[in-house]
Design a binder for this molecule. Structure first.
Ligand code: ADE
Ligand code: ZN
Length: 337
């Protein structure tokens, strides 16, 4: 049995595996500019975040119907559950779909169909986090928030993603204020490629409760002290950091140093179809590359539930944390733990 864990940083569009991309393209009468899945996979050599995003936005053109989104989400939930995920907080990028003429209602209906079935089908509870694309305007983000009003009972939080450099969080101050007024929780990508000041801005101007990535906080010791003091969770994505060249190799990843510093770290997969593994694979990879012992892995799993938006189901949070505390690593399936 794999270690129980929550996944808190997962872009559903980043779970689009090459096989499903080709199947959906065929179903929707589209032709991908790649001969087959092998050629597509060979395109997964990224220089930085932007070079990944170019392919990520190109490939999601195959997602057109409610069924497509439901199939995508169900495939992710099945894989995640097999790797010990018991709770998943799932990002989606509405503007990347509405810009292609796919209505927000279609996206939400497809995703929620899969999410609604997930407790019974996969034993996974879920939350949905709607992300704004930070390289688009604040007006576009505000329009997206407005368009989401009929669906807010299904959306737990707002997030901020896409190209970070040159797009500081403060641009979205009013949008985040409006989201908070609507009762939404707030998170934002910061410090993936952007400087530590973006992390401060996300906290101070956007009022976020968690930082997605936050890797570059290490360049600012006062900021680290603050994140430790305020117990701000960081949703780290070590395989993503290697593939997008934020760190050279997994063995160079600062995760152990960050845990030693007292930061509330979680480990996540970001865009698993592109970065070489789902969250269980990620736990396995960091354990091997960074020589993390069982208690370190247990801490990461415990943190994932502590940082989850499970405030409306504290009983479930407590039960899942108890499972982590009681977990016997001798029963672990090392392929998926
Ligand atoms: N969208 C999908 N994956 C992302 C990442 N790693 N950073 C920013 N935006 C993203
Ligand atoms: Zn991300």
């Amino acid at each position: 049995m794999p270690l129980p864990k929550a996944e808190l940083h997962l872009h559903i569009e980043g779970t689009l595996e090459p096989g499903l991309a080709f199947a959906l393209a065929a179903r929707n009468g589209l032709t991908l500019p790649y001969a087959d899945t092998g050629e597509l996979r060979r395109a997964y050599l990224f220089q930085d975040l932007q070079s990944f995003l170019d392919l990520y936005y190109e490939l999601m053109a195959v997602l057109r119907t409610e069924d497509d989104f439901a199939e995508l989400a169900d495939a992710y939930l099945a894989r995640a559950a097999a790797q010990g995920v018991r709770h998943a907080e799932i990002f989606f990028d509405p503007q990347a779909h509405t810009a292609r003429g796919v209505p927000l209602a279609t996206v939400v209906a497809g995703l929620t169909r899969a999410l609604d079935a997930a407790p019974e089908r996969h034993g996974v509870s879920t939350r949905l986090i709607m992300c704004f694309l930070r390289d688009l305007s604040a007006e576009s983000a505000m329009e997206t928030l407005e368009a989401a009003r009929p669906h807010l009972d299904r959306i737990t939080a707002v997030g901020l993603d896409s190209a970070e450099a040159g797009h500081p969080p403060a641009k979205f101050k009013e949008v985040y204020e409006a989201a908070a007024a609507l009762g939404l929780r707030r998170v934002a990508h910061a410090g993936e490629e952007g400087p530590p000041s973006y992390i401060r801005e996300a906290l101070d101007v956007l009022g976020v409760e968690r930082i997605d990535h936050g890797l570059r906080c290490l360049e600012d010791t006062e900021l680290v002290d603050r994140l430790v003091r305020e117990r701000t969770p960081l949703t780290l994505c070590p395989l993503s950091n290697v593939r997008l060249r934020a760190v050279d190799t997994l063995a160079d990843h600062p995760l152990p140093r960050m845990m030693d510093a007292g930061l509330l770290c979680t480990v996540n997969s970001d865009d698993p179809a592109y970065f070489g593994g789902y969250v269980g694979d990620t736990f396995h990879a960091v354990r091997e590359a960074l020589d993390l012992g069982p208690e370190r892995l247990r801490e990461l799993a415990r943190n994932s539930f502590l940082a989850a938006f499970l405030d409306d189901d504290e009983e479930r949070r407590a039960r899942l944390i108890a499972e982590v505390d009681a977990y016997d690593f001798a029963t672990e399936d090392t392929a998926t733990g």
